[in-house]
Design a protein around this ligand. Structure first.
Ligand SMILES: Cc1cc2nc3c(=O)[nH]c(=O)nc-3n(C[C@H](O)[C@H](O)[C@H](O)COP(=O)(O)O)c2cc1C
Length: 332
């Protein structure tokens, strides 16, 4: 398995070379999420250039659902290696639960090859981003898995529900990465009017108290990204880690100026490339046109959500999960 340092260097470079994978194994347990079997109803959310196999495995070991975005594996072959590593790493666990997020957009040229791999490796959930969940439903349901769709508006939630998604991930205001604009207080209520499947809510949830709060709103589980960038097992480099530990809620800015869509970034990393948050409005979009330039979103401009203030040191997933579980129990 490539080590974390090598994985940290990964970039999104689709490669369609085919690798033969072995015969489809017989599933050893029922697929799909079993929320009651989780220690706390939390999915460690998929994060570009941050989530790798180790984060998934350790999340499962800690009793949470693990996940990663398939495009984090630089090539198709790397993806097969990652999936093998995860399969091996969780094989001894009684009820590991894990997900992958897959870009379902027509322009994503690894889509079909990746979908075939899902049948082979059988994650409990495939989360579709940037495309309709209908593109993966038959294949994932074929082995008993579930399909969740990542949505940021009621309109998209309705479309995904109509398309047959088993679950919806409502990415709300304050989330890291591509962030939503809606408050979970209103969003969950409106979606619950037409959807009674699994509802996952993300956006600045960094504690067990936050998990209880989204359950009180009517959701089934929390989607926690930022809190786990600070895990020892994430692919974040030292610089990123230091900035995370130093930042609080006022240390992040949501802007579309970096990638063209609204994302939440660490101010210190924006500062480093010469874009103080207060200048963003006047200077407009950051210029990434020079391929040899230094400004690379995600790689040296770092994403984080408003829950970043809960990260006061880098700790193993096991420790972070234990503290979330204790907070969750204490507010039960
Ligand atoms: C650095 C970073 C990268 C992310 N990359 C992805 C991604 O590649 N695909 C995806 O579906 N969501 C991505 N997200 C969003 C997360 O899956 C999730 O919605 C978000 O982290 C939840 O909010 P929180 O960070 O406040 O916990 C990313 C989030 C962060 C912080």
């Amino acid at each position: 398995m490539p080590n974390n340092e090598e994985l940290r260097e990964n970039t999104m470079t689709p490669n369609l070379a085919t690798v033969s994978v072995g015969p489809t194994p017989t599933p050893t347990r029922a697929k799909g999420l079993d929320l009651g079997a989780l220690r706390v109803p939390v999915m460690v959310a998929p994060m570009f250039l941050v989530s790798g196999p180790e984060l998934v495995i350790e999340s499962c070991r800690a009793g949470l659902a693990g996940s990663f975005p398939t495009q984090n594996a630089r090539t198709y072959e790397d993806l097969v290696t990652w999936l093998d590593t995860i399969r091996e790493g969780i094989s001894e666990l009684e009820k590991p639960q894990w997900a992958v997020s897959q870009i379902a957009h027509r322009t994503y040229d690894r889509f079909a090859a990746e979908l075939e791999l899902m049948t082979e490796y059988q994650p409990d959930v495939v989360i579709t981003a940037l495309g309709s969940p209908s593109r993966v439903l038959d294949q994932i349901h074929g082995y008993g898995g579930q399909v969740f769709a990542d949505v940021m508006s009621v309109e998209h939630a309705r479309k995904a529900a109509d398309a047959g998604a088993d679950g919806l991930v409502l990415v709300c205001h304050g989330a890291g990465g591509h962030t939503g604009r809606l408050s979970p207080f209103a969003f969950v209520d409106e979606v619950r009017e037409f959807f009674d499947g699994t509802l996952v809510v993300g956006g600045a949830i960094s504690t067990g108290r936050g998990v209880r709060a989204v359950q009180a709103l009517g959701a089934d589980m929390a989607y926690m990204g930022t809190r786990f960038i600070g895990a020892e097992e994430s692919l974040a480099n030292e610089k990123y880690r230091n900035m995370l530990v130093n930042a609080g809620i006022s240390g992040v800015t949501a802007t579309a100026a970096v990638t063209g869509v609204l994302c939440s970034w660490l101010n210190e990393s924006l500062d480093e490339v010469g874009f103080a948050p207060e200048q963003l409005a006047e200077r407009g979009k950051i210029d990434f046109s020079n391929p040899h330039g230094e400004n690379k979103p995600w790689k040296n401009i770092f994403g984080a959500g408003q829950g970043v203030g809960q990260i006061d040191r880098i700790a193993p997933v096991a420790e972070i999960a234990a503290s979330i579980a204790a907070e969750y129990q204490a507010t039960g």
